[in-house]
Design a protein around this ligand. Structure first.
Ligand code: CA
Length: 227
């Protein structure tokens, strides 16, 4: 969800950074050269933050930063600078970087900067406010669903079922499991209510409700979010 570009040519530093980011819930995209980093950004338009090392074998980190900004991108950029690069810090900030971290840095120091930048550009909240799966985007605060950007009206029950499915992609959920998760453990009614709601949901979200591809039936058991 929270994609972050890590541009660093020294593989030991890169993997150290990547491991620590991954532990904190980020999804690092790795690049070893400036050109590679620019390609990664084109391939992953949802990258919200980039960590750019300055000293690289091809174009340097400042040039990468300039080229990112030249595309009109507003992604957060943190430069990774060496101690000797006093002037570089200033230049880095002037060419459009948001922040810089001086090597050697501790994981805690780097993560504090990354988290803060994510909060500033709103990435942290977006990551937790919505669940996406295939063409669907489920907004958890407004409790609404979009399919390919088109709004789909859901009842509160349908919303809860969608949330359960989208949080468990590819997992077969029994009718009883769906019933207790959505209607509550104390619900005394029949499990058939699950089927009734699934049928209605399919009409709303499937391209062809009679041949569902998102909510698939697991015969004799329950349903699965098949995306
Ligand atoms: Ca380097």
């Amino acid at each position: 969800m929270k994609k972050i570009l890590v541009l660093e040519d020294e593989s030991s530093i890169r993997s150290f950074v990547v491991i620590n980011l991954r532990r904190s819930g980020y999804e690092p995209i790795e690049a070893g050269t400036g050109e590679e980093a620019l390609r990664c950004i084109q391939q992953h338009p949802d990258i919200l933050v980039a960590l750019l090392d300055v000293m690289l074998p091809d174009i340097d980190g400042f040039e990468v930063c300039r080229r990112i900004r030249a595309t009109g991108s507003k992604m957060g950029i943190i430069m990774l600078t060496a101690k000797s690069q006093e002037m570089d810090k200033i230049t880095g900030l002037m060419t459009g970087a948001d922040d810089y971290v001086t090597k050697p840095f501790s994981p805690a120091e780097l993560l504090a900067r990354v988290d803060a930048l994510y909060r500033r550009i709103g990435g942290g909240d977006n990551g937790e406010d919505a669940i996406s799966s295939g063409p669907f985007l489920l907004h958890l605060h407004s409790r609404t669903l979009d399919k390919n950007g088109e709004h789909i009206r859901l009842t509160q029950t349908e919303f809860s079922i969608m949330k359960l499915f989208m949080n468990n992609p590819g997992r077969a959920l029994s009718r009883e499991e769906i019933l207790s998760a959505v209607w509550g453990e104390d619900y005394k009614g029949e499990v058939k209510i699950v089927d009734v709601n699934i049928r209605r949901l399919r009409i709303k979200i499937e391209d062809q409700p009679t041949e569902p591809e998102y909510i698939t039936t697991v015969w004799g058991f329950g349903y699965k979010w098949g995306y």
